[in-house]
Design a protein around this ligand. Sequence first.
Ligand code: ZN
Length: 340
Amino acid sequence: MYKFKSELDKIDEVYKIKIDVPFQVKFVCVYLFKLADQYVLIDAGFNSPAWKKKFLKEINTIGLNIEDIDVCIITHNHLDHIGLIQEFKQKNPNLKIVMHNITNKILEWETDKSNKEEIEKEAIRVSIEMKNYGLSEEERLRIVKFFTYWPKLRKYQTPDKIVYDGDKLLNDLEIIWTPGHSFGHICVFDAKRKYLFSGDHILSRITPHIGNFIIPDFLTDEYVDYNFKNVLEHYLQSLDRIDKLNPKIIFPGHQEIIYNPHERINAIKEHHKNRLNDISNVIKNNPLTPKRISQIHFGEDLDDINSYMALSEVLGHLLYLEDRGKIEKFEKNGKFYYKS
Ligand SMILES: [Zn+2]
């Protein structure tokens, strides 16, 4: 049995509740603070009874119960950020759950059982694309399993308020749409105190995964100006937007509090610049499949999930370079190759 640990910290006016999760990111941080007489919670943690127990224990030590929380803002639709929304709402019907329009629509679509076939079809489409990028048939089938499995773990809760980029809450909280790690990802900016709640958009030690995701057709139709072929570009633009806000402290969904936001943002940008250069150099007059490039970069003995993440990371950079006309893609024997 996995043993959960938790920790409570107070940074300025913000409570940080850090609780373990039994996977890669190691722990999840949710934040609780008071604004305009309301208790605001950023993210809803991980859906597990043990996680919930730890969360309740920590808020009890500051004299609060679920019933005392007024607003819960969800940064993005991943499992470790939306986990307990349904339970929170059941326990406290007065709780106002806030989500971005995209997060709401994707969650609703993914968790609606009548969309099972459509999701499977999409997963197959993505997996075939990945096979063209160099995956084996065995790896392709595992991707289909992966994409059809995760939606089953999510629980949907209709939000009480749907937000869009630039919306304001409780006077001082600004919603910043920061697509990249997830299409509907938002950061929450406390303009008065210059606090930024960054979800997984900005982390202290690792650069968040910029991925390809399964997006329902009605959303691609709604967001016609969004370049789905160059998510990395959107991510980098989102970083610049945050930098311009000049936050004093960043409170991320994992890892440590960031006290030097500008430096951290620059370091993330630098990381992507270097990776773009490295990838460009590897394929200079040397056409390779994305899979091969990812093996060169990340090694060949990764497990399933990590080898898919590595491919997806490399692909994000290749699509950026292709979109900018810096590299070329061509097909040979049913596989896609890139060269610069
Ligand atoms: Zn996360």
